[in-house]
Every structure is written in structure tokens, then in C-alpha cells.
Write a protein that binds this ligand. Sequence first.
Ligand code: NAD
Ligand code: IPM
Ligand code: MN
Length: 353
Amino acid sequence: MKSFRIALYPGDGIGPEVMAQAVRVLERVQAQDGRFQLDLTHLPWGADYYFQHGRVAPDDLLEQLRGFDAVLLGAVGDPQRLPDHVTLAPLVRIRQSFDQYACLRPCRLFPGVPSLLRHPHPIDLLILRENSEGEYLVCGGRVRQGQAEEVAVQTAVHSRGGVERILRFGLKLALTRRRRLTMITKSNALRYGMVLWDEVLEKVRGEFPEVETDRQHADAAAMDFVRRPQRFDVVVASNLFGDILSDLGGAIIGGLGLAPSANLNPERTAPSMFEPVHGSAPDIAGQGVANPVAMILSSAMMLEWLGLRTAAEAIRTATEAALAGGAKTPDLGGTLTTADMTDQIIKQLEEAK
Ligand code: NAD
Ligand code: IPM
Ligand code: MN
């Protein structure tokens, strides 16, 4: 039997609530499949850990995580008790240190789910976010701190190699889908970094003649996500643009509670990490009403990455069937609790068996 070591990092707020549900689903699908074994290790990192140990995660977190086959993360952030840049630092560090440069954020509108848009069908786009550099690289500083003359500099770093590899990854992905790639740029204003992106696209797109490519400035793309999302297939964006478009993508498919994501190290030189797009949702934490679907679909992306395609597909099919059958947490206009929603998904898994 194939066995996989999975690190669970539930985090803060609704993170542990939705993680518990994903674990229920994973355990069920593992029992039904019978051909693989998941060895789950729970890591109690986050704001509570900080108040016991003086840091949100141990200093050697990367060494600890390196031995795992994958990391499954809930959500981090407890803004009432700790500044976000403290609680969130391990997340960004894991993505960058493990070279998880390809962040996949699929946005599909499932039957039965209400969209914010008036004419939404069909929405099936895939945001590919550059996840290792760009605006998120820790590069900058502050001088004359606290004084009226203070200056803060935060530099975005775009490397030719970094842009080339994410565009190639996106073009390959497009070949498995509707063969269209839109690159998000803002080269009308950001004349160094984004012009580099434009030039690199020109260079690498010739290697993929079957893929139709175009470019769109980030502001116009935001408008088209709302106005005509059908125009998009694979959407490649820098780290920050990809982040912003991901929440918009979540909103148009019915809410962030439905949007999964995968932070991939395509060369598999370090573990990849899977997490919902959403955060710790302090406004609903502790009430047992968070939608677990984004977390559950993220765990399906993890199984797929581990080569467990049948099990991943079983989770996706059961989740879609539950939604199509009208299962709704409050964010979707329903009354189900987090656990009720998972019950509906597990019921579908059992019926499909
Ligand atoms: P958020 O994603 O936590 O919440 C935004 C809105 O979406 C809230 O109204 C929330 O209730 C709703 N929502 C999110 N997930 C939901 C779910 N599963 N079910 C139902 N409703 C859901 O964003 P925020 O409020 O800007 O951030 C809260 C905290 O999370 C902050 O500390 C932020 O820095 C952090 N954050 C963490 C991650 C992450 O861990 N990957 C991502 C985004 C934000
Ligand atoms: C996300 C989040 C993170 C990001 C935060 C928590 C650092 O918003 O995963 O989308 O900006 O990447
Ligand atoms: Mn985000």
C-alpha cells in the first residue's frame, strides 16, 4: 500500500474548523479506496502557539516540513491579537523557501451555487499565480522610522527566469484545457517589471503555437472577471495581481468558501502546500458556520498531486453533487453548519461507492 506523510497546519480562526472537516473527508475516501494510507501529523502553529512559545511557528519549521510529502494548511491570521505580518510570515516563507512557484487557483461555478453575477454561466477559469517572487519578495526597508520624514521602500522583484518558468507552466496547463492563456500585466505604468513580463511572453509563446495568448492590464482584467468571465481560461498573474484576482474569482463563483488552491513545487524538490484561498475569517470564527468546501477541494488537489487521482475525483464529484443537491452554508444563503455540509459530502461519497 502506498503511504504518504501529510503535515496539517490548521492555523487560526476558521482554519482549524475547516481542517477538521477536510480530515473527515480524507479519512473516508482513504477507507473507501483502500489502496493508500495518509499519515497525518498535526502541527499546532499559529497565534495560540505564539502566546505559549513567543513565535507563531518553531524556528526550524522548514526542516520539520521538508520530510513530508505535502502540507495541508487551513488559514492563518488572528488580527485582534497579533499583527498579520507576524502570523502570516511562515506561510509566505514556506511558499518561497520550498520554491512553490506555481500557485493554482481554479474558479468554477458549480451547478446549484448562486453567483453574484447576473449572467454567470459558465465560469471555468484557472488563475495561475506566480508565487515565489514579484511583489512578495521581502526586499525593502524603512528609514527615519516614526519620524515625519519617514520613507518606506518595498521593491517588487521579477526575474527573467522566474517569469519564464511560470509562463511555460501556464502554457502547458492551457494545453490541457481550452488552449487559451491571458497574461495579466500593467506594463502601461510599471515600465520595468511588467515590461519584462510582456517581453518574456513574446519569447516563450512561440514554443506553444497551439495556445492562443493575449495580455490584459490588471485593472481591465478585474472588470472582465465581473463583466465576462467566460473570456478567460488560464489567467497568469504576478504574485500580488494573482492574489487580488483570486478573491474576485472566489466572489464570482459564489464566495471564498468555495475556492481551493495549490502551491506547487513542480520539480518536486520540496513539498507542495494546499490551502483554501480564503483567510481565517475572524468575523465568523468559532460559530461552526464556515463553509468547508474550499478546504475540502484543496485536499482533493493534494491527492491529485500525490498521484491519487481516483480519490481526488471522488471528493470533487461528491462535493459537486452535494452542492447541486442544494447543500448550503450561510455564506451561500443556506443554514447548514460546517459539519452538516461535510455530512452531505460524505453522504455523496458513500452513495457513489
Ligand atoms: P478572509 O478570507 O478571512 O474573509 C473574507 C470574507 O469572506 C469574510 O467575510 C469571511 O467571513 C468570508 N469567508 C472567508 N472564508 C469563508 C468560509 N470558508 N466560509 C464562509 N465565509 C468565508 O479575509 P480577511 O477577513 O481579509 O482576513 C482575515 C484574516 O485572514 C487576516 O488575518 C488575513 O491576513 C488572513 N488571511 C489569511 C490567508 C491564508 O491563511 N491563506 C488568506 C487571506 C487572509
Ligand atoms: C492568500 C493570502 C496570502 C497572500 C496572505 C495571507 C499572505 O491572501 O493566500 O491569498 O497574500 O498570499
Ligand atoms: Mn489572498
